[in-house]
Design a protein around this ligand. Structure first.
Ligand code: DAH
Length: 328
């Protein structure tokens, strides 16, 4: 092919290239590393002096010419592409689905916020717990019938260690851990995962979430507790929520009680256990029970979410069905 022919077909192809990709193809074909024109320029050195003088300058001029044409055409694509001309800046963007919070995470965040607003601190504790913290220090000695209140996943003990380990059956052990390392007055909540060795049904899971609360200081009484629960329930469920206290028994509180709230249907539902911290628990952490008092409470996060979002079955939280999760 002589230069004239190359020029003709190159210009033709440049004119016909209808998008940037095709244009780039033409660029490669003529000016690329193994391009038609590049080959000619490269082989100049093998020509006789006369031929070199004749062809060399022409080939270089053609190269420059094609580069210019391709550059111009490229710009025309950038400035006037079809997409650009018809780009509608008022059109709403595509909605990208980004996932969202699980209802338990939502209620967890809400509960924390409410207690933080009442000057409580949030603390965290281990899910694998020793028998001592989960039971003994909470006034639930071995062989005491109260242990039956918590069906327990025991861990196989490794080595000669005396203390047995388990998956915590409640968040209450953090009461003891916290008091061992802090002095009153304080008020804390402990949100966390707990485990029960029991069959599942619509209101029981072997794994669920609790929020423990503990306030210790001088002259703390049930009246303080009542105020805190009332504030909490109103903030979570709305100002009209009704609640009641019922006497109950938990080994680590005395007196012990349960708090019920009134549902839309008119029936009462238990939402937490609570009471004044038992003397033996203070003894276990070397507080003087004659000098400090405190109240403790524990509630099921799942139960709160079920009430608030009207969820009929606790198992829905854990089966991973996105049709469920996406509703919140
Ligand atoms: N830990 C108890 C449970 O899981 C709930 C509870 C009751 C916690 C009374 C407390 C309390 O702090 O005072 O059943």
């Amino acid at each position: 092919m002589d230069l004239e022919q190359i020029k003709k077909s190159a210009i033709n192809e440049i004119n016909n290239a209808s998008d940037v990709k095709l244009l780039e193809g033409v660029n490669v074909k003529y000016l690329g590393r193994k391009g038609v024109l590049t080959n000619i320029l490269r082989s100049l050195k093998d020509l006789s002096m006369g031929d070199r003088r004749k062809i060399g300058p022409k080939a270089n001029i053609l190269k420059k010419e094609l580069e210019d044409l391709i550059g111009k055409k490229k710009n025309s694509f950038i400035n006037f592409s079809k997409d650009d001309l018809f780009f509608d800046v008022t059109k709403p963007g595509l909605k990208i689905s980004s996932g969202h919070l699980h209802p338990l995470s939502k209620i967890d965040a809400e509960v924390r916020k409410i207690f933080l607003s009442m000057n409580f601190s949030v603390v965290d504790g281990p899910e694998v717990e020793s028998e001592y913290y989960n039971f003994d220090a909470l006034n639930i000695p071995a062989n005491h019938p109260a242990r039956d209140m918590w069906d327990t996943f025991w861990l196989k003990s490794s080595g000669p260690a005396k203390s047995k380990f388990l998956l915590r059956t409640h968040t209450s052990p953090m009461q003891v851990r916290f008091m061992e390392t802090h002095n009153p007055p304080f008020q804390i909540i402990v949100p966390g995962r707990v485990f029960r060795y029991e069959a599942t049904d619509m209101s029981h899971e072997f794994n669920f979430y609790q929020i423990e609360g503990l306030m210790v200081g001088h002259d703390i009484s049930l009246a303080n507790f009542k105020f805190i629960v009332e504030e909490f329930c109103k903030k979570l469920f709305g100002p009209k929520i009704q609640f009641r206290f019922r006497p109950s028994y938990f080994p680590f509180v005395e007196p012990g009680l349960e708090v019920d709230i009134k549902l839309g249907s008119g029936s009462w539902l238990e939402v937490m256990g609570a009471g004044m911290v038992q003397r033996n628990v203070f003894d276990a952490v070397r507080y003087n029970p004659d000098e400090v008092q405190g109240f403790a409470f524990g509630m099921g996060l799942d139960r709160l979410a079920m009430i608030k979002y009207k969820i009929p079955d606790i198992r829905l939280f854990y089966n991973g069905d996105l049709r469920f999760v996406r509703q919140f």
